[in-house]
Write a protein that binds this ligand. Structure first.
Ligand code: F6P
Length: 323
């Protein structure tokens, strides 16, 4: 293998730049030509492919977002789109790719490899949601939980000042990892996550109990994918039964997606980028690099996207005991 390319796809996440940097510098170190593809699969289809050098990735390790930019690509879901992408890669002599993204990215990569087995693709898990199987951490997750924690700390100050009940909605799509960590780290009263059925009546009881225990203010963290609805809907239901507190709702939203990656993020993203290139050179393809405990692992795309690591019930219990 002489030429490889790297791209980021789907929702961006802090640490993607550290991973891009690691891929580029490792490739060059191994004597390869390294290309960048702009705008994920969209750029692959439109031929936005350019050669990178060590300087192309200078000064980016501390930046959130992705210098290669990202996109969700409906065109790559068509055979015509994938054909054009393959022909653009062939034109540049690219044989190996590192795809940094989440389940949509790896689903696309898997279909592509089925049709064009001449290419090799390794994935690096880039999503704030932490919702991939085969890794303890996805790139962006650690920064996102720290961002959410800092924002909720601020909300707690004002909640306490006004003795209010806040519902704070965090991201995570169908997974409750961000919600659970945010809840524990901010001492929230309760957390509602998609992995367990939400019982609004028992939430109301918990909140009433804490009121009788003279708690001044309360924070409830709601994962955006919760089965009982979003934070506004749940707050509306609860409000009907709690007349002793002013209720407010905050949706943290995309603030969780940006910002300077944490130290751990940069380190893990660098490890994964290096390992992805090494794996390509070792003849691997169709797998996602992960870190399980402290070891680098490789999980086939179809397994990585099927389900995510389980929520630890002991952590859910922690919110119940300590909240
Ligand atoms: O997958 C990352 C994520 O931020 C999810 O947490 C969220 O549901 C989704 O992307 C938002 O996507 P978009 O930026 O396209 O609105």
């Amino acid at each position: 293998m002489k030429n490889i390319a790297v791209f980021t796809s789907g929702g961006d996440s802090p640490g993607m730049n550290a991973c891009i940097r690691a891929v580029v510098r490792t490739g060059l170190h191994m004597g390869l030509k390294v290309f960048g593809i702009r705008n994920g699969y969209e750029g692959m289809i439109d031929g936005e492919i350019f050669e990178m050098n060590a300087h192309s990735v200078s000064g980016i390790i501390q930046q959130g977002g992705t210098i290669l930019r990202s996109a969700r690509s409906p065109r790559f879901m068509t055979q015509e789109g994938r054909k054009r992408a393959a022909s653009n890669l062939r034109e540049q002599g690219i044989e190996g790719l590192v795809a940094i993204g989440g389940d949509g990215t790896f689903t696309g990569a898997n279909v592509f490899l089925g049709e064009f087995p001449e290419f090799s693709i390794m994935g690096a898990p880039g999503t704030i949601d932490n919702d991939l199987f085969g890794t303890d951490y996805t790139i962006g997750y650690d920064t996102a939980i720290n961002t959410a924690m800092a924002a909720i700390d601020n909300i707690k100050d004002t909640a306490n000042a006004h003795s209010r009940l806040f519902f704070v909605e965090v991201m995570g799509r169908d997974a409750g990892f961000i919600a659970l960590r945010s809840a524990i780290s901010t001492g929230a009263e309760a957390v509602l996550i998609p992995e367990s059925k939400t019982n609004v009546q028992s939430l109301i009881d918990t909140l009433k109990d804490s009121h009788s225990n003279k708690k001044n203010a309360s924070i409830v963290i709601v994962a955006e994918g919760d089965d009982a609805g979003g934070a506004f809907e749940i707050a509306d239901l609860v409000k009907q039964h709690i007349d002793y507190r002013d209720v407010r709702v905050t949706i943290l939203g995309h603030v969780q997606r940006g910002g300077r990656p944490t130290c751990m993020e940069r380190v893990r993203a660098s490890q994964m980028g290096v390992s992805a290139v090494r794996a390509l050179l070792d003849g691997e393809s169709g797998k996602m690099v992960g870190i399980v405990h402290r070891d680098i692992t490789y999980t086939p795309f179809e397994q990585a996207i099927k389900h995510h690591e389980e929520i630890n019930p002991a952590l859910v219990e922690l919110v119940e005991i300590l909240g």
